[in-house]
Every structure is written in C-alpha cells, then in structure tokens.
Design a protein around this ligand. Structure first.
Ligand code: ADP
Ligand code: ASP
Ligand code: MG
Length: 407
C-alpha cells in the first residue's frame, strides 16, 4: 500500500465525461489499496475566462480580488470530482486551499507556498476517504485567498506530496510524458524516460510548460519523485528524479521555446558608471524580473542597452523606462513583444565544446537572425523574431539529432 498524490490538469478535467474518466482512474488506484490524494486544475479555458471577465471591468484588476475570482475555477472541479466519486460509491472529500490550509505569502497572482498543514488530509486518509485538493490556490499570510501563478496546480501537487511524504507524485496531463521538445511543434519529438531535476528545471524555466518551474524546484528540494503521464492512456510516462548513471548520456536533452517575453531597448545612453544601475534598480523596485541584458561597448561614449522582461510587464516597464530615459538624456526607448526565445538544455553540455557554434550555425543556415544570446553551464538561449520560433525549434531538434535520442 502506498500514498499517492495525483494531479490532473485542465484538459483532463475539461468536461463531466473527462471528470468521470479521472474518477475511474483514481478509484482503480484506491481499489489496489493505495491512499489517494488528488489535486485538480480548473476546467480547460476557465482560468482565462475568469481573468477576461475581471479585465473587462479594469485592465489592471486589484490583485487580491483577481485571486478571489481566479480561485473559483478549481473550487468547481474539486466539488464535481468529489460528487462523481461519491456517486461511484467512494468516500471523498474536497478541500479549497484555505481549508487545508496551504499557507502562502502575500504575493497575489504569484504566491509562494510557505507550508502545507497536512493534519486534516491525514485524518481523512486514515478514515479511508479520497482527498481532493484545489490546485493553484492557498491562504495568504494576510488571511486572503491567493493563487500561485499560471500552471500552479503542479506546484500544489508537489507541495502536498512533500508535506505528506508521499511515495509518488503523478502529474497527469494531455501528453504522455516529457519530450525532447514540445510534441505539438514537431512529430519528431521523443519521449524522455528519465530526466534529472536540474534539466527539467531549466526546461521549465525556458518554456516547457508541461511542468511548472516551482513544482520542479519543490520536487528537487524535497526529493519527491515526479512522474508525468497522460490521463488518456496507460503509457509509461517520464520520471523526473536525481541525476543518475542509468540516464542516457545525451549532450543536449531538449529544445524549448517561449513567446512570453518582450524586450526594451534604450539607445543613445552615456557609457558611464551608474546608468545600468538606475535602469535596473527601477525595474527591481517595480518587481519586474529581467532575463537577458546586452550593452554594447562604445567608441564615442554613447551606447545602447537592451534587456528582456516578461511580456505581461511590458506596458508598465515602458512607462518607467520613459521616465528614466528623460533623466538620463537617452535618445530613445522602445519596446517590442515580437520576440521568441529558443533554448537548448542538457547536463552533457558541461563537458563538450562546440555546442554553441553548432546551434548558431543551424539557425544561420535557415536565415534566422539571433538578436540576443545567454548561456549557462547547462543551457544556451537565443532571442529571435517570433515568426521563426517553430522553425528554429525544428531546426535545432534536427541539428542535435534529438529524434534519435534513446526513448
Ligand atoms: P495541464 O493543463 O495538464 O497542466 P499544460 O498545457 O500546462 O497541461 O502542459 C502540457 C503541454 O505542455 C502539452 O500539451 C505540450 O504542448 C506542452 N509542452 C511543452 N514542452 C513540452 C515538452 N518538452 N514535453 C511535453 N510537453 C510539452
Ligand atoms: N488553472 C490554473 C491555470 O490555468 C492553474 C493550472 O492549471 O495549473 O493556470
Ligand atoms: Mg500545466
């Protein structure tokens, strides 16, 4: 007998038939003698619908109230799943984040989990009940409903699994595992059987939305074994775990892409101490997280600075930057969200040279211009024009022969 935490995403609970499918899968594992905790997302499209409603009233809605609205999506699905299981003859009980409680900080819309109080769940499991938990939400330090950021139900599941010291945390979604790239971009994508936390963390950070980045952070910190599987079949999925000898020795594990970023460029700024500090301190004060930064060296004391930020922060950042540009006497400030970031990720990169050259050559061969580059020990990212994103992913997947990677 094991304690299993399962999480089902929006597509998997998209309608009543799919909720019944989830209930049957949960019941099967319960019948095998396991203690079951199930974390669910809102029905597919529901969170977007709720955000749109709020934005019809105010373009930048009050963050506390927006969380109150967004959290209702998951409240519906936990109730529906509990009723479905009860109708099938199982004892089930649903919990909102605040009822458990899952305690978070006060960063509405991007709250971090501080603690999961697991006593109520444990008591229900001892009484033989299936426990159903609303993903994506918690109780803020101020006593309000909070949400964890888009895709946050994965994080709820891993946090609950860590608090319960569960034997496994299974993430059920609409693909049957983690692939060498988004299988919806190329049919050549291959399923990865076992992947290291570090690689999965980079992939999630660089746009592979199959797992939310904080869920991987949590799993890594608490050593929770994470399985990614499909809710529509019984295929073997992907295990995300500690780096080990039996993992395939690929130099590059995966290609990822993201269109969720934007860039801001200052032209004609003086090349002197304090300029970057003024710009980036203002961004930090506004809680804008920067990713890549490029500053050209100058011949005549005048230079340009370009940096990338989350696309959602572009408008507010431009307002701030225009103010700073005036103070600095910069020539222009422009913003654009016509960019995409493509990246290659792999622990094997640490001990090989020539990986970057191969990436740039492959992109150049297709006439794709690289606007910005950033590297770390285990990834290389390039910013390109948005329209080339899918082509770039396919070209890089081919160049590094990922379709031949062991499955
Ligand atoms: P859920 O609603 O179940 O949380 P998501 O839409 O958040 O599902 O995540 C699953 C999606 O992640 C897939 O449909 C796929 O398009 C996308 N994806 C991106 N990169 C990858 C990858 N490397 N492997 C698998 N899926 C990926
Ligand atoms: N429903 C939330 C979202 O759409 C959380 C999740 O699905 O993980 O982002
Ligand atoms: Mg998701």
């Amino acid at each position: 007998m094991a304690l299993i935490v399962q999480k089902y995403g929006g597509t998997s609970v998209g309608d009543l038939e799919r909720i019944a499918n989830v209930a049957r899968r949960v019941a099967q594992r319960k019948n095998e003698g396991n203690d079951m905790v199930v974390v669910v997302s809102a029905m597919a499209g529901e969170t977007d619908r709720l955000i749109d409603l709020a934005k019809k009233i105010a373009p930048i809605p009050n963050e506390r109230e927006l969380d109150t609205i967004m959290a209702t999506g998951e409240q519906v699905t936990i109730g529906l799943l509990a009723i479905t299981l009860e109708a099938m003859g199982y004892a089930a009980k649903s919990y909102c984040g605040w009822q458990i409680p899952i305690l978070t900080d006060n960063a509405y819309g991007a709250a971090r989990i501080a603690e999961v109080k697991a006593d109520a769940i444990k008591a229900d499991l001892s009484a033989g009940r299936i426990v159903i938990v609303a993903g994506f939400q918690g109780l803020s330090a101020d006593g309000n409903v909070s949400t964890l950021g888009r895709g946050g139900s994965d994080t709820s599941a891993v946090a609950v699994a860590a608090a319960l010291k569960a034997d496994a945390c299974e993430i059920f979604t609409d693909v049957d595992g983690v692939y060498t790239t988004d299988p919806n971009i190329t049919s050549k994508a291959r399923k990865i059987r076992k992947i290291a936390y570090e690689e999965m963390l980079e992939m999630a950070a660089l746009g592979a939305k199959v797992l939310n980045i904080r869920s991987v952070e949590f799993a890594m910190r608490y050593g929770v074994p994470l399985f990614v599987r499909s809710s529509f079949n019984d295929n073997e999925g992907t295990l995300v775990t500690k780096e080990s000898e039996d993992m395939e020795k690929e130099i590059i594990r995966a290609v990822t892409s993201s269109t969720k970023e934007a860039k801001i460029t200052f032209t004609g700024v003086q090349d002197k101490p304090g300029v970057a500090s003024q710009i980036f301190s203002a961004m930090a004060d506004a809680n804008v997280v920067l990713d890549m930064i490029i500053q050209n060296s100058s011949a005549d004391g005048i230079t340009d600075i370009t940096f990338t930020i989350p696309e959602a922060d572009l408008e507010k950042s431009l307002v701030i930057c225009r103010g700073i540009a005036e103070k600095l006497g910069a020539a222009t400030v422009t913003g654009s969200n016509d960019i995409a970031k493509v990246s290659i990720v792999g622990l094997g990169m640490r001990s090989y040279s020539g990986v970057a050259a191969k990436m740039f050559t492959a992109l150049a061969a297709e006439g794709i211009n690289i606007e910005m580059i950033s590297t770390s020990e285990i990834k290389i990212s390039c910013v390109i024009r948005k329209k080339y994103m899918e082509l770039a992913v396919r070209v890089l997947h081919d160049a590094f022969e990922l379709e031949k990677a062991a499955v």
